[in-house]
Design a protein around this ligand. Structure first.
Ligand SMILES: Cc1cc2nc3c(=O)[nH]c(=O)nc-3n(C[C@H](O)[C@H](O)[C@H](O)COP(=O)(O)OP(=O)(O)OC[C@H]3O[C@@H](n4cnc5c(N)ncnc54)[C@H](O)[C@@H]3O)c2cc1C
Length: 423
C-alpha cells in the first residue's frame, strides 16, 4: 500500500488486512494476466495472481514475438528466444513458394511455457503473490458473499471465496470473467498445432527461417516456426470447419515431408476477436487479452495484445481499487476502455478489414508479399515494431483507398440482407 495513506485509508487498510481484501486479484497467468499483475504490483498494491494450471504450463501457440510484444515487456525482461527469424518462405496453398530474406532480425520465437513462466516470475518479483492450481468459478459484485459495494467476491472451485477491490479477468479464450462482463465476439477461429521434434539435419534446414502458407479455406493460413530441435507447425481457420482445418494441417505436414516424425504434442485452441461494441468492464471487473477478445483479426497475433492490454488493465485496476463509489469505479473503467479502443481497437479494425480482403484475394497478398518491395517492407516494419497496422494504413493513401473499396463492397453485399430482415 502507498506510504502516503490518509488516516481514513489506514483505517480501511487495517480493516482490509483483517478481512484479507486484496487490492487487485488477477485471474489467469498468461501474458495478459502476468502483465496486469506486474503493472499493479509495481505500484505497491496487494496483488494476487490466480492460475488454474501448475506452471510452467503448455499453451497452443506459435510463440512468434513481434516488435510490439518485445516493446511491451516489463523492464529488465530477457526474451528466452529459441530462434531468431531472418527469412520467411511464403507459399499459396503449397504453391508458388518464395523465400525472402533480411539481414536484420524480423521477429523472434519463444516456447510459451518458458516465456509465460518468466513473465509470472517478473510479476512476483514486483510483489504479486501467485496461487496456482486454483480455478476461479465466478465473480460476484452483489449478494451475500460481497461485504460492501467496494468489494468483489472471487469464488474458487471448491467454494473458497477471496475478496478484492478490483478484478482483472485474463483467463483466456474460454473466459469465465469475460462471460461475467458480457464480452461479445465478432470472430472465432480454431488453431491446430503440432510440436514436432526433428533430427538435427532437418532442424538445420529450418534454422532462422519460418514458413507461412495461405490456406485453402477463406481466411486460413499455416506456419512452421522452428525452435531448435522442434518445429511448431500449425494452421488456423474460422471455427465451424473443424474437419477441413484438421485435413489442412495433415496435408500441410505431409507436403513439408514432416509426416514421418511423431509430434510430442498435438493440440487445438480457439482465438476470439471482440465485437466493436463489446464491453471491457463491468463494475469493478475489467478484462484483457484473449478474455476480452483482443487479438489482431488477420494474423491472429495475440501476445502483444495480451501484454499491452494486460498492462493497461493492471494500471486501471489499481485506480478502480481506490474508487470510493460505483460512479468513480465506472469512470476509471471507462478510461481503461478508452485507452484500449484508442490503441488496440484501431489496430483491430484495420486487421479486420485486411482479413476481409485476404479472405477474398489470398493470391493478391501472396503476390504482394513475394513480389512487391513496399509490401515486404511493410511486413518487416510491422514484425520489427517500427510501425503498426494502423499507422501504416494512415500513412499510405493507396492502402487506405484499397481498404475503403473493401468497405464499400462489403456494405453493398450487406445491404440486401438488411432490407430483407427489415421487411
Ligand atoms: C494456434 C495458435 C497459434 C498462435 N500463435 C501466436 C503467435 O505466434 N504469436 C502471437 O502473438 N499470438 C499467437 N496466438 C495467440 C496467443 O496465443 C494468445 O492471444 C495469447 O495466449 C493470449 O494471452 P492471454 O494471457 O490473454 O491468454 P492465455 O495465454 O490463454 O492465458 C490464460 C490463462 O488463464 C488460465 N485460466 C483460464 N481459466 C481460468 C480460471 N477459471 N481460473 C484460473 N485460471 C484460469 C489459463 O490456464 C491460462 O494460463 C496463437 C493462438 C493460437 C490458438
Amino acid at each position: 500500500m502507498s506510504s502516503e495513506n490518509s488516516p481514513a485509508d489506514d483505517e480501511n487498510s487495517s480493516a482490509d488486512d483483517a478481512r484479507q481484501v486484496w487490492d487487485v486479484v488477477v485471474v489467469g497467468a498468461g501474458p495478459a494476466g502476468a502483465s496486469a499483475a506486474y503493472a499493479a504490483a509495481v505500484t505497491g498494491r496487494r496483488v494476487l495472481l490466480l492460475e488454474k494450471a501448475e506452471l510452467p504450463r503448455y499453451k497452443t501457440c506459435g510463440g512468434g514475438i513481434i516488435g510490439p510484444s518485445r516493446d511491451a515487456l516489463p523492464p529488465g525482461f530477457e526474451l528466452p528466444f529459441r530462434d531468431r527469424v531472418h527469412a520467411v518462405t511464403f507459399s499459396n496453398n503449397g504453391r508458388f513458394t518464395r523465400t525472402r530474406r533480411s539481414r536484420q532480425m524480423l521477429f523472434g520465437l519463444i516456447n510459451r511455457p518458458e516465456f509465460d513462466h518468466q513473465l509470472v516470475e517478473h510479476a512476483q518479483k514486483a510483489g504479486a503473490e501467485l496461487r496456482t492450481g486454483v480455478t476461479v468459478q465466478r465473480v460476484e459484485q452483489h449478494g451475500s458473499a460481497v461485504p460492501d459495494r467496494r468489494t468483489v467476491a472471487v469464488v474458487l472451485q471448491g467454494g473458497e471465496t477471496l475478496l478484492a477491490r478490483a478484478v482483472v479477468g485474463a483467463d483466456g479464450s474460454a473466459s469465465r470473467i469475460g462471460a461475467h462482463v458480457g464480452v461479445k465476439l465478432d470472430q472465432v477461429d480454431l488453431g491446430l498445432e503440432a510440436e514436432i521434434p526433428v533430427p538435427e539435419t532437418v532442424a538445420e534446414d529450418w534454422k532462422g527461417r519460418v514458413l507461412i502458407d495461405w490456406g485453402p479455406m477463406p481466411g486460413s493460413y499455416g506456419w512452421v516456426f522452428p525452435k531448435g530441435d522442434t518445429l511448431t507447425v500449425g494452421v488456423i481457420s474460422a471455427r465451424g470447419e473443424g474437419a477441413a482445418t484438421k485435413r489442412y494441417l495433415e496435408d500441410f505436414i505431409g507436403r513439408l515431408g514432416l509426416a514421418g516424425f511423431e509430434p510430442s504434442i498435438s493440440s487445438g485452441h480457439l482465438t476470439r476477436c471482440r465485437a466493436d461494441d463489446s464491453p471491457l468492464s463491468r463494475g469493478r471487473v475489467v478484462v484483457c487479452g484473449d478474455a476480452a477478445g483482443l487479438l489482431e483479426p488477420w494474423t491472429r497475433e495475440g501476445i502483444s495484445f495480451a501484454l499491452r492490454s494486460g498492462r493497461l488493465a493492471g494500471e486501471w485496476a489499481v485506480r478502480i481499487s481506490e474508487a470510493h463509489d460505483a460512479v468513480d469505479a465506472r469512470r476509471q473503467a471507462l478510461n481503461y476502455a478508452f485507452a484500449i479502443k484508442a490503441g488496440l481497437g484501431v489496430e483491430m479494425s484495420v486487421g479486420k478489414r485486411l482479413l476481409t480482403l485476404f479472405e477474398r484475394r489470398p493470391g493478391l497478398f501472396h503476390a504482394a508479399l513475394t513480389g512487391v518491395r513496399p509490401a515486404w517492407r511493410a511486413f518487416t516494419d510491422i514484425t520489427r515494431g517500427r510501425t503498426t497496422l494502423g499507422e501504416l494504413i494512415r500513412s499510405h493513401p493507396m492502402a487506405q483507398r484499397a481498404l475503403s473499396a473493401v468497405d464499400r463492397r462489403q456494405a453493398a453485399t450487406a445491404e440486401p440482407v438488411a432490407e430483407e430482415s427489415g421487411s
